[in-house]
Each structure stands twice: as C-alpha cells, then as structure tokens.
Design a protein around this ligand. Structure first.
Ligand code: DMJ
Length: 645
C-alpha cells in the first residue's frame, strides 16, 4: 500500500488531485443549491413546517408536520367568528332515572356483577388479541390474526379503545395504550387521505374522552395536534368541511367540499370540535363547525321533507350565506344520515343549554321523523298474552310535492334512534319522545330475538302496520299514535317473494350480516338509564349472549355474514370447507371495543358510572364531560377531571 506522501510526489499529480477536489466541491455546492431551492419551493407552496422528531415529555413524540402553523388559504373573516356561547351553563333537566329509590336485592347485584364481568372478559380477550397480533394497526383481523389499516394507519383500535379500558378498570392495558398513543405521528400514514368524519369520531373523540376521564395531558396534546390537522378540512372556499381529507391537498389548501356529501359526515363534527374548543380555550374549532350548523338551520324547512335533510347534500356551493343545497329525495335515520340528527340534542347539552339553535334543530327534525319515518311492524300471532310494544324506523322517499312514501327498511345503524328520542325527550320535557325512544329501543331488541342467531341483520325489510289514517280503529286504537294491527297472512304472502325464508314479519333481508355494531344495545342502555326498567337488563343480557355465541373466535370476536343461521348450524360451503368459519367475515372494527362492549359493560354497571347527567356520548360512544353550572364553560380550569373508575 503506497504512503500518503507518495501520492503527491509530482506537481502533475498534485494539480490533477486539486482539479478533482475543486470539481467535487462544485458538484457538492450545486447539489446543495438544488436541495435548498426545492426545499424553498415546497415551503413556499404548502406552508410546510417540518419539526424534528423530538420527544416533548417522556415518551411523547410530536408529529413531524405542525398543522397549527400552516397558513390558511381561505382564512375566516375575523369580524364574523362565531364564539362559544358565553355565560354560566344552565341547570339541565335530570336525565337518568333516580335509581336510589329502588332497593336492589342481593341477587340483582350478584347478577349484574356476573354479567358485567362476562363483558369485561370479552373486552379483555379482544384487546389482548389486538395487542398481540395487530399492535398499533387500525384493526385486528380476528381469523387471520394479523393487522390491517383502514383508517390511515394511526392505530384506530388503539385510540378508540382508550376510554373503554379506563372505564373497565383495565389499568395496565390502559397505561400501555396511552404510551403507544403518545407516539402517534399524524404525518405518518398508510394512505394518501383519511375521512374527516371517521377520524373525528374515532380518533379525536377517543382522545378527548380519555382525557376527560383521567386528565392525561399527553392525550390532550395529541388531540390538539390532530384537531389542528382536521381543522384544515374547513380551509375550503365556502368553509364547509371536505370529508375526503387528502393530506397533500390539505397542506396545499386545495381541498374541496363535495357536491354529494353524506349529511352525517357534514353534521357529525360538532361535538368533538366543540369539546376541543372548550378544553383548549381556542374558539377556532367551534367557529368552524358553527358554519355547518348555520347552513343546516337555513335549509331545515326547505327540503322535500321539511324538518329533515336528504341523506346526501351538496356542501360545495360557493355562496357564503348559502353554502349547502339539500334537494335530494331520500330521507333516513340510518346509514349516512344517522349521527347528523344524533348530535343536535347532544350539542345542546355540551353547550350547557346556552344555544337554543340546537334545541330547534332537534325538535323539528324529530317531529318530522316521528310523523313520517316511524312505524309499528305487523306482528305474527306469536304473542297471545302481551305482544311487544315496539316501533321501528324506516326510510322515506319524498318528491317535495305529492309523494311521501315510507319504505319499511330496517337498518341496524338506525337502531341508535331509540336512544336519541329518549334522551331528547328527557332533555326537552317531551314524555311522548321518551316513550317513542323506549318503543324504538325495544323494536330493535325484538328484531334481534326474531332471528335464529338472536341478532338482527344489517339491513332488512319488514311488513308495517297500516299508517294511522287508514288503520282500522277501535276505542283503544284511537288513543294510539301508532296503532297496532292484526297479523294478515295474505298481506304477508303478497309482499313476500320467499315466504318462510325469513322470520315473520320480515319479507326480505338485503344484508344478513352482523358487523359487531353497537346501535341496538346503545338504545337499550340509554332507555334503561332513563326509565330504570329492569326487564331491559335481561333483554341486554340475551342480546349479549347471542352476540357472544355467534361471533366469538379462538382469540377474539368477528363480524359474521348471516344472522339468519343459528350458530353451530352453519353448513359446509360448496367446496366442503365448513362450519362456523365459512360464515365469518374476519373483521373486528374498532367500534366493537369502543362502543358495543362499552355499552354492554355500562348497562350491567352501577348507574352512576358514566352517568348521562355528567357525560354526553359522541357517536362512537366516547363520553365527553358536560360543563356544569358554577363551573366555567370554557377553558380547562373549571372542569372536573376526577377519576371515574
Ligand atoms: C360507528 O363508527 C359510529 O357509531 C357511527 O356513527 C356509525 N357506525 C359505527 C358503528 O356501527
């Protein structure tokens, strides 16, 4: 090997070495200039603010893009900002039944405890499987035992489950989940875009709720990082939210609201953004959602079914005063519309009763739904003694002129309506709504029991009793808003292409699956907390055991494809692959732990655990703390963050 001095023994060698070095220096300089130029252009175009991955406190990892420092392309007019209502929260009517007046027997307490423990074990099993096979991913695939990313890959099940773990007293699991949550980087995703709606209800709602329960600062910090990102969804020419949140477009300020947006996506951001404004004291989040509220208010009386909005609305109009147009003809409390209605009364509660707009929105829409969407099913003669007193909610086609047509389709998603009616009825002193709420809740529970698996399908169609005007009247029936009717075999056969295929009075099942959804138990839970009727506990237990039997796998729980088949009676498929496994859908969405198991757990718990007088649930079952009189409505200081479990 030659020595270093040997390389420079001649001048020629020295000069050629210098020439090479100089050329390299120029190359490096040119490269650096290009990099700096590209960086400058990007920074200028997208207001990009990169921040180093420096843990803030402990294990906290800050996201690598700071959305709070991004300049808005369409800034709100400062002089027209809508602020959180000022003043002391009002004393709201008591929501929960006064359970203290009932003496609970020892056997009742024992049964409740056993049932509560069974639900807790189901949650533990589900969580352990998620932790073992899908840690940090969005969902567990309960059959394949691996993870899948369906909500941008930040860990939907992780964040959605936080408050459930806390409420169930699974402290170690909770602690570990918080540590993992603190490392989420909202700028690192598995997809080019996310749904503003889903990200808000599952992630933001999950973080805010867990923070409300235990006051872990890291959760609020992560919520603020996320809230600032989602806020960019309102940076559109008319300030209506763009549900399809493309990260690149959001950074560049080129998101556009849709001409065919689901009303649920537009109307279901309010609770979470309001709570974020209350907890941070930053009114910008509340201002953003208030624009949607005002637009809904403006169009409420002017649709084909006044009081309600079509399932899909145009939120893209470039008229600042009229940014939405609601001209469609399909109306429903089910898929794509549901939580838009759910949030009105809940917003009234979260704002301490200080904004009457939400009461108006709720009362008008419920009056319309009550008149046109609700119906009593024609029940078979199976119940000679006491036929169940049940209602269901269907869809309506309305052309705005002479047609208002009820389509008696029953969706599992629509089963939340019982809870919504009952809650609003208590809140706004409408006992008839409480009664309707209970009838609707019992309607879905009845539909559960009608099917061989003990679970109702995702979408089905049923024979309704005739509408009140044409119903046969008797003395009793005159009193009844939704008159009962006698079973009529001819009507059943006429309306049914395959009589006997489904339990009476179901005439079709469009989607026979059960996806581990919560809405039916959600309404039974709310009906129980409001009425105190103990038979609802047995109904809930029957529902839980049916769900457990049909959906439990070796290590977790799975959505199933056909509720019309009793568990254990599944046939092998055409290829001889058999039994129960061929009926599963290999899916465990994050709402199984976040919602379904939480509601089952709470109904078997002491009624003051997450009392409806202290918390309001977002649509993903995340309880948010209600500001109380005597405590400040805004800012964190006045909020009670005492531990719940
Ligand atoms: C949840 O994500 C929410 O409850 C949403 O409002 C409707 N669908 C699912 C549960 O079924």
């Amino acid at each position: 090997m030659p020595g270093i001095s040997d390389s420079f023994t001649t001048a020629a060698a020295f000069h050629s070495a210098m020439a090479i070095l100089t050329a390299r220096r120029f190359q490096r300089l040119a490269l650096l200039t290009v990099v700096a130029l590209v960086f400058y252009i990007l920074l200028d175009q997208a207001d990009y603010v990169a921040i180093p991955m420096v843990p803030k406190t402990g294990q906290y990892v800050q996201s690598t893009y700071d959305w709070a420092r991004r300049r808005m392309k369409y800034p709100f007019d400062e002089s027209k900002l809508i602020k959180l209502p000022e003043g002391i929260p009002r004393e709201l009517p008591r929501i929960q039944y006064d359970f203290s007046q009932d003496e609970a027997s020892e056997s009742h307490i024992k049964t409740q405890k056993e049932r509560q423990e069974a639900v807790k074990q189901a949650a533990k099993k589900s969580w352990n499987a998620y932790r073992k096979y899908a840690w940090g991913r969005d969902e567990l695939l309960p059959e394949k035992l691996t993870g899948k990313d369906t909500f941008a890959g930040w860990g939907a099940t992780l964040v959605d489950s936080l408050d459930t773990l806390w409420i169930m007293g699974l402290k170690d699991e909770y602690k570990e989940a918080v540590q993992k949550t603190a490392t989420i980087n909202w700028d690192k995703t598995t997809s080019s875009h996310c749904s503003l709606f889903e990200t808000t209800i599952r992630y933001l709602g999950g973080l805010l709720s867990a923070y409300d329960l235990n006051g872990d600062q890291v959760l609020l910090d992560k919520a603020v990082e996320l809230g600032d990102m989602l806020y960019a969804g309102f940076d559109t020419p008319n300030h209506m939210p763009a549900n399809s949140f493309n990260f690149r477009e959001a950074k560049a300020g080129s998101l556009r609201p849709s001409m065919g947006e689901s009303s649920a996506a537009a109307g279901t951001l309010s609770l979470e953004f309001t709570r974020l404004a209350q907890l941070t004291g930053d009114p910008k989040y509340f201002n953003a959602i208030s624009g949607v509220t005002r637009a809904l208010e403006k169009t409420q009386d002017d649709t084909n079914l006044p009081g309600m909005w079509p399932v899909f609305i145009d939120v893209s109009r470039n008229e600042p005063e009229n940014p939405i147009s609601a001209t469609g003809s399909s109306f429903s409390l089910g898929a794509s519309a549901d939580s838009a209605y759910e949030y009105f009364s809940k917003m009234y509660v979260l704002l301490g009763g200080l904004d009457p707009t939400y009461k108006k929105l709720h009362m008008k829409s419920m009056a319309t739904a009550r008149k046109h969407l609700l119906f009593r099913p024609m029940l078979p003669d199976l119940y000679p003694a006491t036929p169940p007193d049940v209602l269901l909610s269907g869809n309506v086609y309305a052309n705005g002129q002479d047609i208002i047509d009820l389509q008696p389709q029953v969706q599992h998603l629509g089963c939340f309506a019982g809870g919504m009616f009952a809650l609003g009825g208590k809140l706004f002193h409408e006992p008839a709504h409480v009664k309707i709420g209970e009838q609707l809740a019992r309607g879905c529970a009845w539909a559960y029991e009608a099917f061989p698996s003990g679970i109702m399908p995702e979408v089905s169609e049923i024979i309704p009793c005739p509408a009140p005007s044409s119903a046969p009247s008797s003395k009793d029936e005159e009193e009844e808003e939704f008159p009962r009717c006698k079973w009529d075999d001819a009507t059943y056969k006429e309306a049914n292409t395959a009589p006997g295929r489904y339990p009476k009075p179901f005439r079709a099942v469009q989607d026979p699956s059960y996806l581990l959804r919560p809405e039916a138990i959600e309404s039974i839970f709310i009906a129980y907390r409001i009425t105190g009727k103990k038979d609802l506990l047995d109904i809930a237990w029957r529902m839980f055991t049916a769900v457990q039997k049909a959906t439990e796998t070796n290590e977790a729980y799975t959505a199933i494809s056909d509720v019309n088949v009793a568990p254990g009676e599944e046939q092998a498929d055409a290829h001889g692959r058999g039994g129960t496994r061929s009926r599963t859908k290999n899916s465990m969405e994050s709402f199984w732990i976040a919602e379904t198991l939480k509601y089952y757990y709470l109904i078997f718990s002491e009624p003051d655990l997450i009392s409806l007088d202290d918390y309001v649930f977002n649509t993903e079952a995340h309880p948010l703390k209600i500001p109380k009189p005597g405590k400040e409505a805004e800012g964190k200081e006045g909020l009670d963050t005492e531990k719940e479990a």
